[in-house]
Ligand binder design. Sequence first.
Ligand SMILES: Nc1ncnc2c1ncn2[C@@H]1O[C@H](COP(=O)(O)OP(=O)(O)OP(=O)(O)O)[C@@H](O)[C@H]1O
Ligand SMILES: [Mg+2]
Length: 491
Amino acid sequence: MFPTRDMPSPSSLFSAYASMAASIMLVRSMANDLIPHPIRGYLLSTLRYYFKPRSPQLTLVIEENCGMSRNQVFDAAEIYLCTKISPNTERLKISKSPKEKNLTIRLEKGEKLVDFHEGIELMWRFVCAETERNNPNDHNNSQRSEKRYFELTFLKKHKDKIVDSYIQFVLERAKAIKDEERVLKMHTLNNSYCYNGVKWESINLEHPATFETLAMDPELRNAVIEDLDRFVRRKDFYKRVGRAWKRGYLLYGPPGTGKSSLIAAMANYLKFDVYDLQLANILRDSDLRRLLLATANRSILVIEDIDCSVDLPDRRHGDGRKQHDAQLTLSGLLNFIDGLWSSCGDERIIVFTTNHKDRLDPALLRPGRMDMHINMSYCNSHGFKQLVSTYLDIRGHHHLFGEIEGLMGETQVTPAQIAEELMRSEDADVALQGVIKLLKRKKMEGDEVEDVADQNKAAIQKAKRQKLGNKPRRSGRNIVTKSNRRIRKFL
Ligand SMILES: Nc1ncnc2c1ncn2[C@@H]1O[C@H](COP(=O)(O)OP(=O)(O)OP(=O)(O)O)[C@@H](O)[C@H]1O
Ligand SMILES: [Mg+2]
């Protein structure tokens, strides 16, 4: 049992004590007359130091602060140790602030915990020591302060392993726990222009989409997940090759195929906040710069519907001059973002979405501009089964699947349309009959709303309307005012 393992044997301890005592006696008797008092004291304490039996244990003291800043090891230990609470623990502290999702549990002062790392036994102790400091200006008035620290005790011979690998392990575990508990934020631009420009406003991001609930090609899903994983673990690589630690994704596909849901799934997976940058709301270059600089580390910057250029007649320089001639492509915007972000060295993701990849500035599609192009497409049989499993909790076979899959091969339907039908009833038969009706209707009416020909027609009509000065667009979206390729603007 701890801490007796590898202790020196009682006989060796006894002989150590005996030789120390003998030496001290000898020095005392010789020294009493011959050696002056201060030197005698020094000699005795040196002898005591060298002959004192050595403890086989080492204790690391992990204080709460290092100078002015927090000690990350202390914070990590606090979080990590609440996962190690044993039945022997007698006192714990428990709390919850309004913004936290879960209860916070911490060790109470004086509590001890035993942990094991690669077979090594470690004893943790949380200490709160009250210290009293005299006030130099008022001797009757002393200040009490609390010093909090952890003591981590183990056998000395394991020092290297504990310092090099266990502490690192505790830091990583604590980060993972913190990430799990983290409340994600969705930042959007507030519309009211205040004296210092447009600002980010945040709400909790409670979008339930995850990679599990998303109907998408399994290979594509795995490729996206792998890409995200690789990105977040390659900080050193980006630094070495001198690139901003940034990854760009272009999501394209018809409305209702899950582009926005995929962004939410990425945010939930990585525990990254989302910043929804509505370009139409930004009137000054200086605002863009300020907003980009105000985005936090570990975040996803989203620019939706980039094929829809935005009309920004009053775009101004920070100094108030109107900007007539400067035009910047989206790829120019990307360069600008690269420049800003490369100096901060933090991990950032940027996502563009479009319903019409074919209408984008070719410069944006060039290799190296957006790192991954992800096609979110109409629902296929696999996607349908994924939706049925999510919405109706059916994982096996259902007698209506055959008919539905047959119909799906003959018409195009988006996951959003299928999802809407599946939500209409809790009775699987009724909901699936609804899907069959939808598919038959679409087939009969030739209602291929998202058909390419129709899309082109709609685009032509849109362009005509825009010439007439109308600004139509699906509700709640940025306003389409030009048939694009370039967005007028910026910098
Ligand atoms: N691939 C999908 N998997 C699961 N649900 C989906 C999927 N696509 C769409 N949905 C459902 O449809 C709703 C709308 O989808 P979403 O907003 O993600 O589509 P979108 O591609 O972003 O459309 P738009 O181009 O109009 O922005 C979602 O809230 C979700 O419930
Ligand atoms: Mg969307």
